[in-house]
Ligand binder design. Structure first.
Ligand SMILES: [Zn+2]
Length: 337
C-alpha cells in the first residue's frame, strides 16, 4: 500500500492554530429510504443546481476556458456510500452518503490469484468516512462503495468497493481532509480514469495561467496580449465550482464566489501556506467531500497531500461554505486574494 507522506513536523505546526469546521454535510439515511425523499424535505433551492450535461452552457463567457476542466472534474467525482450497522445487525441499519474525488489510480498485481486489478484513490473529508453519529456502531468499510458516472438517474454507473483509509488528520482534530483506496476488477475503467487525471493536470495548468494573465491585465476592458495565443479578457477571479452528489442522488454542479474569503492560517516553509476557503456555492447534505474548484488556487502537486485540491467540508452558521484545510503553493510575485 502507498501511504501518502507528510512532513514529520506537521503535527507540531498545525497545532499552533485552532480551526473549527462548519456543520457537516454528510447524509445519513436509513436503509430503504431514497435520496428523493431527502431532496423533497430539503429547503435549499434545488432548482439552482446545474445538471452535469448543462455545466458548459451555464458558464459565464469569461470563464469558458474552464469548460473542459470542469467536465474532467465531474468525471472524477464519485458518490460515496458506507453502510453502518448497529451491534448486532438490526433493523436500524443506515448508510452515510458523501462525495469524493479521484486524484490517482493504478494497476496492481495480485500474486495470490494471480490477477491484475485496479486501485482507485479517493479524496474526501473524514466525517464522511467516520461520522460522529456512527460512534458505537460498526462501519462496514468492506461493503462501502463508490459510484462512478452517476450523472443522472438513468446513467450507466461503475462501482469500486472496499475502503482502506490512507491518510487522515482527524486525530489531531484540526483538519478534516482524508483519502482512501478502493478496488475494482475493471481495468478499462482504470485506464479511462487515468486519462482523465492526465488531461485534468493539463487543464489545471491552463486555468492557472489564464488566471495569472488576467491578473496582470491593467483594466477590465484591456485585452492581454503578452503572447500570440488567443485573446484573453480580464475578469474577476472570484469563481468557485462544486461538483457533488446532493443527498446521495445524481451528481450536480453549482457555481459561486470566493472573493476575499480565503483564510490563510499559517505561512509555512518556502512558498507554502495552510489555508481554507469560504464561498457561497450551493451544497446540501451529501455534498461533504466534494471537489471544490477555486479559480486562482495555486496547486503544488496533484493527488498528493501537498497542494491537493480542497474538498467541501461543511456549512458555517452564517450560511457560507467551508472547505477542508489544504496547502497552497504561493508565488512571491502574486498572492491570490
Ligand atoms: Zn438539498
Amino acid at each position: 500500500m502507498i501511504v501518502l507522506k507528510r512532513p514529520s513536523d506537521w503535527t507540531r505546526e498545525i497545532s499552533l492554530f485552532k480551526y473549527s469546521t462548519g456543520q457537516s454535510e454528510a447524509e445519513i439515511r436509513e436503509v430503504g429510504k431514497q435520496w428523493k425523499e431527502s431532496e423533497e424535505k430539503c429547503t435549499n433551492p434545488h432548482k439552482d443546481y446545474i445538471e452535469i450535461k448543462d455545466m458548459s452552457s451555464k458558464l459565464e463567457p469569461q470563464f469558458k476556458i474552464l469548460e473542459t476542466l470542469l467536465e474532467l472534474i465531474a468525471k472524477l467525482t464519485v458518490r460515496i456510500k458506507i453502510p453502518i450497522e448497529t451491534k448486532p445487525p438490526s433493523a436500524n441499519r443506515e448508510s452515510v452518503f458523501g462525495t469524493g474525488f479521484i486524484p490517482r489510480v493504478r494497476r496492481q498485481w495480485d500474486k495470490t490469484e494471480p490477477k491484475e486489478y485496479g486501485v482507485i484513490t479517493v479524496s474526501t473529508v473524514h466525517h464522511v468516512i467516520s461520522p460522529d453519529s456512527a460512534k458505537g456502531k460498526t462501519i462496514d468499510y468492506e461493503n462501502a462503495t463508490i459510484k462512478i458516472n452517476f450523472d443522472s438517474v438513468d446513467a450507466q454507473v461503475e462501482r469500486a468497493t472496499g475502503f482502506t483509509i490512507l491518510e487522515s488528520d482527524k486525530d489531531i482534530n484540526t483538519y478534516d481532509w482524508c483519502s482512501f483506496e478502493c478496488t475494482t476488477d475493471d481495468l478499462n475503467l482504470i485506464d479511462t480514469l487515468s486519462e482523465h487525471i492526465s488531461s485534468l493536470e493539463v487543464e489545471q495548468k491552463k486555468a492557472y495561467e489564464f488566471y495569472k494573465a488576467s491578473q496582470k491585465a491593467p483594466t477590465t476592458s484591456d485585452v492581454h496580449t503578452d503572447d500570440d495565443s488567443s485573446e484573453q479578457t480580464s475578469h474577476s477571479a472570484d469563481f468557485v465550482a462544486v461538483i457533488s452528489h446532493p443527498h446521495g442522488g445524481p451528481k450536480k454542479g453549482s457555481f459561486g464566489r470566493t472573493r476575499a474569503t480565503k483564510e490563510i492560517l499559517k505561512q509555512v516553509r518556502d512558498q507554502q501556506e495552510w489555508c481554507c476557503y469560504f464561498h457561497d456555492a450551493l451544497t446540501c447534505a451529501g455534498s461533504s467531500g466534494s471537489p471544490v474548484f477555486i479559480l486562482g488556487q495555486p496547486l503544488c502537486g496533484y493527488g498528493y497531500w501537498f497542494g491537493h485540491p480542497h474538498n467541501h467540508s461543511g456549512k458555517r452558521a452564517d450560511g457560507m461554505k467551508v472547505t477542508s484545510i489544504g496547502v497552497d503553493h504561493v508565488e512571491t510575485a502574486l498572492t491570490p486574494q
